[in-house]
Design a protein around this ligand. Structure first.
Ligand code: CIZ
Ligand code: SF4
Length: 352
């Protein structure tokens, strides 16, 4: 639906009134009505770095989800304020690993006497608490672009990896890029004693995968791939590594959102692509490349419902609160957590 012209005018007016004081970040999965006001767009990691590159901006309005705003707060200076236009914009994957559950898991590993040989690797899509846990135990953060390098590094530091919170990115990277077997990966279920695993399984695994997943990417099935290949002969199937292993195995290309964007830019005119990632991004790419046939991999619609909570009314409300000098929805990470999380992020930046 087209955006309310009144709200569009108010958003522009507030943005103009704030000038350089405000910097608006728009994640690729955000609605078009929001993205039109973004000073930059990107994936979560790029956006956090873009925020850090703007020390003059007093306010960072993060149009994305909660863990992304936390990362921006960790990477920006103390005088800058990071705002999330709707506090209910969480991430179901990040919520699947709480600090308490992860500490319990670590206690299990310590009781088995293996904690000192396990290196935690946490996906960017995790809370600041989980990033801090990772930093405390000498691990690293990774994104979907550098997961292979992160795992390779981790296996040089220790014998086993605890991968949080996305089982699919962990499994896909370990098996497809590092050449581990599926049997060398075990799934740790935080709702069961000892993760639902035996001591032998925990001791013998190379990869201990946390039982988390993305509710959006997890919806693509192998049947979606078969269906689209039947509907569009010769179609190229391009998916995000948060998709299930059996989906990724059937795809032609696998990569992060930035990879997907570049692949479609470089694609031949007239070529056909079925894309398995969030629908706002797929629609935007289809509109940007009318000379290519770009379709969504699933037959039904599938937005990230929490990303979509950030809409034009919330953005206007947030910007106008800044104009009024009464900022709403500030996201802060306490200094101790931020410091430990920062060390895990630094480790990622130092990956060979
Ligand atoms: O699935 C997501 O939320 C992604 C890909 C986030 C990001 O930008 O890293
Ligand atoms: Fe979280 Fe998935 Fe939404 Fe990304 S797309 S914010 S991983 S629920």
């Amino acid at each position: 639906a087209p955006s309310d012209p009144d709200l569009v005018a108010r958003a522009w007016a507030a943005k103009q009134a704030l000038g350089e004081k405000v910097f608006i970040l728009g994640h690729h999965y955000q609605r078009d009505e929001v993205v039109q006001f973004a000073d930059v767009t990107g994936d979560s990691f790029k956006l956090a770095r873009d925020a850090a590159d703007r020390p003059d901006a007093q306010y960072i309005v993060f149009c994305g989800v909660h863990f992304m705003a936390e990362s921006a707060d960790i990477l920006t200076s103390a005088s800058q304020q990071v705002l999330l236009p709707d506090l209910a914009a969480g991430c179901s994957m990040a919520d699947m690993a709480t600090a308490e559950q992860v500490e319990q898991c670590w206690d299990v590993l310590a009781d088995l006497g293996i904690a000192d040989r396990v290196v935690p690797v946490s996906y960017m899509n995790s809370s600041a608490d989980i990033k801090a846990f990772t930093g405390r135990h000498g691990g690293t953060i990774c994104t979907s672009s550098n997961a292979e390098r992160a795992l390779t590094w981790a296996f040089e530091q220790g014998e086993q990896v605890l991968f949080l919170p996305d089982q699919h990115l962990g499994r896909n990277t370990a098996v497809r890029q590092l050449g581990l077997s599926l049997d060398e990966c075990v799934l740790y279920n935080p709702y069961k004693p000892m993760g639902g695993l035996t001591a032998e399984q925990l001791r013998g695994a190379k990869m201990i995968l946390w039982r988390g997943h993305c509710s959006v990417h997890g919806r693509f099935t192998p049947e979606c791939v078969d269906d689209v290949r039947e509907r569009i002969p010769g179609v190229n199937v391009l998916v995000h590594p948060e998709c299930r292993y059996d989906v990724v195995e059937k795809a032609d290309y696998v990569g992060s959102t930035e990879y997907i964007i570049k692949a479609l830019e470089a694609a031949e005119p007239g070529s056909a692509w079925a894309v398995g990632t969030e629908l706002n991004l797929v629609r935007r790419l289809a509109n940007a490349h009318p000379d290519k046939q770009i379709v969504f991999l699933d037959k039904s619609v599938c937005y990230c419902s929490t990303m979509n909570r950030i809409d034009l009314p919330h953005l206007v409300w947030t910007l106008e609160s800044l104009v009024a000098g009464k900022p709403v929805n500030r996201i802060t990470v306490d200094p101790r957590t931020a410091e430990q999380a920062h060390s895990a992020l630094e480790q990622m930046l130092a990956l060979p």
